[in-house]
Each structure stands twice: as C-alpha cells, then as structure tokens.
Ligand binder design. Structure first.
Ligand code: 1YM
Length: 663
C-alpha cells in the first residue's frame, strides 16, 4: 500500500496571520501529490475513460456533501470547450481561513493534502458521497494540468490556481467582494496521465448527474455541454427522490399500482472508538406486470453492484412481512410452502439507498457493502413501512399478494419444466438442432454463429459462409418476447431452445461463458422495422438468460449494406445514406443513376452476402456492450415498453449500448 499522509485538522486561524514561506510541510504535500501521479490507478482505478470521469465525480461529491449537510441547493456541472470541467455550487464555500495543522488556507489544504476533506467535516455531520474510491479533491488536482478554485464566502471572492499536478501558482488570494457564497472548481485533466483520451462523454456525465438528483431529493443539478455550437443544457431535480426513480424505471413496464411503497428511517451508531454517526436508510418499491425483478442498491450514492448487507436486510424484511401477511389473510394456508424472495421479487422494481458514515466494501469489484449492522437497520425500516402499507392499502396489497401467489405457483410448476430444459440445454450431452449449419472448427475462439432472420437469407448465408469457422442458425419469424413470458414458456419455445443448445453455455443462473461454442454470436436481421424488432427480442433474451454473453462482449450485430451501385460491372456498397452520397460523388454518377436499395437480406445472393456481410476482411459489425446494469435496465425499459419511438431510435443511435467496431 502507498503511504498516505493523513492530516488531522481541528483548529483554524485567520488568514491574515498565516502568510508564509515554503517550508518542509509544503514539500511533504508535493510528495503526496507526486505519489498520486506515479500510481494514478491506486486512486482512481484506471487512467482510461472511467478514471477520467472519476475526476468529475469526486468534485461533484464534495458539492453533494455540502447539499446533504443542508447548505447547498444547486450544483452546475459544465463541460467547457477544450474539455475542461467546471463544477459550481451555492454552498458555504470551502473554508478560507488558515488551518493551523497545515499552515495553509482551508482551500489549499483540501485541494493539496490527501484525505484532508474527510477529517475536516466533523462539525457538519459526515462525508457521505464517494466511497468506492472517495479520494477527494486533492487527487483530482494532482492529476490535472491545471485547476482553478474560486470561493465566495464571508463577503469575499477568493481565488487560487494550481498547475502541473497541484502546485499553487500563488497562495489563496482575495480578489473581490460578493454577497453570495459557494465554491467553483475548474480543472483540465492532465493528458500526460490520461493517455487514452481526455474527451468527456456528455451522456456519461448526464446519466450520473441525473442519478445523483434521484438519490438526493430536492437538490437541483444542471448539466451543460458547452463544447457544441449550440450548447446543451439539462436540469434534474426530483422532490420525490427515489420514489420518482422507481416510477421512472417502471414507466414502461406496466406498473400494477399507482403508489410507491416508501420506507425511511435512521439509526445512530458508534463506529471506530468514540465516533458517532447516523445510518440513514430509504427504500422505494413498486410492482409491475412483468416477471423480472429490478432491484438496485446504493451506499453513499454509489451503486453497490454486488449488493451486500443492505440488500440482505431488504430481502429479510420483504420475506418476513409478506409471508406473515399472507398467512394472516389466508393467501397461504398453515403448512403450505412459503413464498420465496424470488416469488416476492417477481415484477418488483426497488431502490435501496443508504448513507453510512463508515462504509466497508467487499467483493471482487469492491461494490458489495459489508457493514453487518446495516442488515438489521434496513430490515427494520423496510419491514415496518411495508407492513404499514399493506394494512393501510388492502386493495393494493391484494393485487401484490395475488401476483406473488401466482409467481409461487408458477415456480413450483416450472420446476420440472426447467429441469427438462437444463438437461436439454447443453449442460448435458445433447444433439445440435437440425436447422443449425455448424462450422467444422471446434475452437470457440475462432468460431462465429450467425443467427439469421428468415429461411431464404439463412440459405444464402449457409452457402456463402466460411464453413471452417462460420455457423448459421436461421430463425423462422419472430422470436418470443421473453420480457412478457413466463420461464416455462420461454423454455418451451423452439427457436429459443435451438439457440440455447447451439450456443452451448446453458442459461442463467447456471450460464457458463467458458462452455460457449462460439466467441462471436452475430445477429443478422433485415434493416427494417421487423428486423430491428427481432434484434431487440434476441438481445432481450440474451440479456435475461445469458447475461455474460453481453457483458463480456460476445454479441455482435451484422451490418449488411443498404445500397448497391453497379458501375462498369463492378459492385459498390453503401451502409447508410451518407455513404451513398459519398459514393455517388466518388464515382461521379449523374443524378438519376440507378442504384439498388436492399429491402432484406434475402435479396442478396450468397456471393454478395459473403462480400458485404460475412467476409471478416471487409464486413462491418457492431459489438454489443453493456457495462452497467442500470444503464441496461433503462435501455431495455425503453426498448420493450409500449412506446415505439425509443425503440425506433435505438440501434443506430444508442452509442452506450452498441459500440462501433469495424471487424
Ligand atoms: C464544486 C465543489 O467542494 N463545495 C464545498 C466543499 C466544502 C464545504 C462547502 C464546506 C464544508 C465544511 C465547512 C465542513 C468542503 N470543505 C471541506 C473542509 N464544491 C465543493 N462546499 N464549510 C464548507 O464539512 O465542515 C472539505 S470539502 F475540509 F474544508 F471542510
């Protein structure tokens, strides 16, 4: 472990007293920041795009903490021209007085001494944001080419600039008067550190800022992208907080109730010797008519991907309260099999959010909450609120219990059906489907499976492919929408059964990516509405039943051309309208020169299909990527919902979901 200098800062003196020369402690400060520059990964995870954006989260976190302390109502996050970032809040302003322990102004202390902020905030409560890395503003400064901090406080405007990874140009200086208060930080990430890219993604920042707005009710967050000729600006502020978050997630899933069950409470704890603090817990629950569960948990505004003790407490509560209520109201008879957590979570959307003064994270990616005291607190808070809701809203409770009881019956009926499929699904020896034209290679790393819409395109693909490495599975018609079907129906579906057996890794929760027979699963559908619908249905199936296939990047979308132009016996292809225009110019075609618009894959013969879509040397494919479950949930909600427009916009527009990859 890197040694970090932790400052304990308790008293402060006034600025006037503290004008000072550089001394030994300044050198220590620089050594601390130098350590960050030497091993940035230790502080921000990576120096790729995630690490780059992490800098922004750190600064926003400080502003959010100020909001949670009750002093700040509005935060502006702006991407400036030249990809610098400005974060501005209207809180108290970072302290400007000299801190006796460091001999520096509060601002300089916070922005140059590792972990200074955490020790500072004792008077105002505690620092809740951050957590995963929670490294603070000094790390951002250390990794910036320059940083400017302006603080409005006590009637004055104070300013300081740092260059070259945190070296102050001058000490904090009063440069004007003001009647307002707040902190503004602008920084430019150092391209010598962030070698991959120093370009910020508006979508990434917007998504995170919106999530912050949901998780911290009433705080107004504004995102601006000022890099464009016409700047983009969005404002997020949710008085209902996670209640609105749940409603939003549920909007396209067909909620079966109007209300959201809201649970809230806190408990004082003692942590570390002599330290007191509050664990604050809230959860929001709403049911929809689907069969999948959507439960997201957060600690200190960080998504705990791997769950942990807060989720355990939540599960304990729902299982206890629902089963007690069911027994009392005779949904369940004495001695009958109790509802499982899975039964209760079918069709449930829930957000669990806790704020903890001393979170401990575990798990592979350090996103699993480990604090054991949390289990009981969440269980109590959620249990009481849920129980109260059932008694106060018997009609809604009835709807929910009916749904749970159906889930439970279906589970018992499906047990046998699922066992049958498991046997069929490649976990044990099976025969490959007759419709599959397999490849001869048995090395998954070089094998590709083309899932092709329609028998005629399937035929062309079968004769046009490279038989050594390319397999073809034609699909007849539309596949089942797994979002709207029960498990046993999903497993009964012939097309789906064929895919499961062909791919060979089984299905979730036992899906094993090490057993798949192809490392490229390529979806090949027509470039029309039906084609994109089939593509979405396939992606939904993979997401719900073979999630690792998507998260580990094995799924691709073939890009057949849309146009063909023939000049002097030679064929030229265009994959979109712009390319067609370019082609027309390059070939100097006169207006009205004929070109072919492909309506479907079936119009291409085997040679054309090889040239344009199958040949690894010339084809274009998109790789499907999903890094974040919340992002995915939103995408699938948009896609599978009843609204048509989001679906239409999907494949070509949604850069988050599908990355361009020329292979
Ligand atoms: C754009 C980023 O950092 N705002 C901010 C930070 C602080 C305070 C107010 C603040 C905190 C406290 C007292 C306290 C911080 N102060 C410190 C430290 N926005 C942004 N706004 N007064 C002001 O926690 O007691 C660290 S962050 F350590 F100096 F108190």
């Amino acid at each position: 472990m890197e040694e970090e200098k932790v400052m304990h800062i308790q008293e402060s003196e006034s600025l006037e007293k503290g004008d000072k020369e550089y001394n030994a402690s300044d050198i220590q400060v620089l050594e601390g920041l130098e350590a960050v520059r030497k091993r940035p990964g230790m502080y921000i995870g990576t120096t790729g795009p995630n690490g780059l954006h992490h800098l922004v989260w750190e600064i926003i976190d400080n502003a959010i903490d100020e909001a949670l302390a009750g002093y700040c109502t509005e935060i502006v996050v702006q991407i400036n021209k030249g990809d610098t970032i400005t974060v501005k809040d209207n809180g108290r302003g970072v302290p400007v007085d000299i801190v006796s322990k460091s001999g520096l102004s509060g601002v300089e202390t916070v922005f140059t001494i590792l972990h200074a902020g955490g020790k500072f905030g004792e008077t105002s409560g505690y620092k809740v944001s951050g957590g995963l890395h929670g490294v603070g503003a000094s790390v951002v400064n250390a990794l910036s080419e320059w940083m400017e901090v302006t603080v409005n406080k006590n009637g004055g405007v104070y300013y300081i600039k740092f260059v070259d990874g945190g070296k102050p140009v001058e000490h904090l200086k009063k440069i004007g008067e003001t009647t307002t208060s707040g902190t503004t930080v602008t920084f430019k990430p150092d391209p010598k550190i962030f070698l991959d890219t120093v370009i910020f993604s508006y979508d990434t920042i917007r998504d995170r800022v919106r999530q912050m707005a949901y998780l911290n009710r009433g705080v107004k967050l504004i995102v601006i992208d000022d890099r464009l000729d016409t700047p983009v600006q969005e404002t997020f502020c949710y008085e209902g907080g996670i209640i609105e978050y749940v409603k939003n997630i549920n909007a396209n899933k067909g909620p079966i109730m109007e209300d959201v069950i809201y649970c809230e409470g806190y408990e004082e704890i003692e942590y570390l010797p002599e330290k007191k603090g509050k664990i604050y817990c809230e959860a929001a629950i709403q049911y929809n008519e689907s069969y999948s569960k959507t439960v997201f948990s957060f600690c200190n505004n960080i998504h705990t991907h791997e769950g942990g003790t807060h989720e355990e407490g939540f599960r304990m509560a729902i299982q206890r309260v629902v089963n007690n209520y069911a027994l009392e109201k005779k949904y369940l008879k004495e001695g009958e099999e109790k509802y499982t957590v899975d039964d209760i979570q079918e069709g449930m959307v829930a957000i669990i959010s806790i704020k903890h003064p001393n979170p401990q994270y575990e798990g592979q990616t350090k996103t699993k909450l480990g604090n054991t005291e949390v289990r009981k607190i969440v269980s109590q808070v959620v249990g009481e609120a849920l129980k109260r809701f059932f008694y106060e809203n018997p009609k809604v409770a009835n709807l929910i219990l009916d749904k749970i009881s159906m889930a439970s019956k279906a589970r018992m009926a499906a047990r046998t059906a699922q066992e049958n499929v498991r046997r069929k699904s490649g976990l044990e020896f099976t025969t490959l489907p007759g419709k599959l034209a397999d490849c001869s290679s048995k090395n998954p790393a070089e094998c590709e499976l083309y899932i092709v819409e329609g028998d005629s395109a399937g035929g062309s693909a079968k004769s046009g492919r490279d038989r050594d490495t390319q397999a073809v599975l034609p699909l007849r018609g539309k596949i089942l929408n797994v979002e709207k079907a029960r498990h046993e129906k999903v497993f009964d579906n012939a097309e789906i059964g064929n895919m499961i057996v062909a791919i060979g890794g089984g299905v979730d929760p036992e899906f094993d990516v090490l057993k798949i027979r192809y490392h490229k699963i390529v979806i090949m559908t027509d470039a029309d509405v039906d084609g994109s619908h089939i593509r979405i249905l396939l992606l939904t199936f993979f997401y719900r039943y073979m999630r690792d296939l998507i998260t580990q990047g094995y799924v691709y979308i073939a890009q057949p051309p849309l146009y063909k132009v023939e000049v002097k016996g030679k064929a030229y292809y265009a994959y979109n309208d712009e390319q067609l225009e370019v082609l027309k110019k390059q070939l100097e075609l006169k207006p009205g020169y004929p070109f072919q618009r492909y309506k479907g894959l079936g119009e291409m013969n085997d040679v054309q299909l090889w040239d344009t879509t199958l040949n690894p040397k010339t084809r274009k494919m998109l790789r499907v990527t999903l890094s974040d479950a919340i992002e995915a949930e939103q995408v699938f909600t948009d896609l599978m919902g009843d609204e048509v427009q989001p679906r239409k916009d999907f494949i070509y527009k949604n850069a988050k979901f599908v990355k361009n990859l020329d292979i």
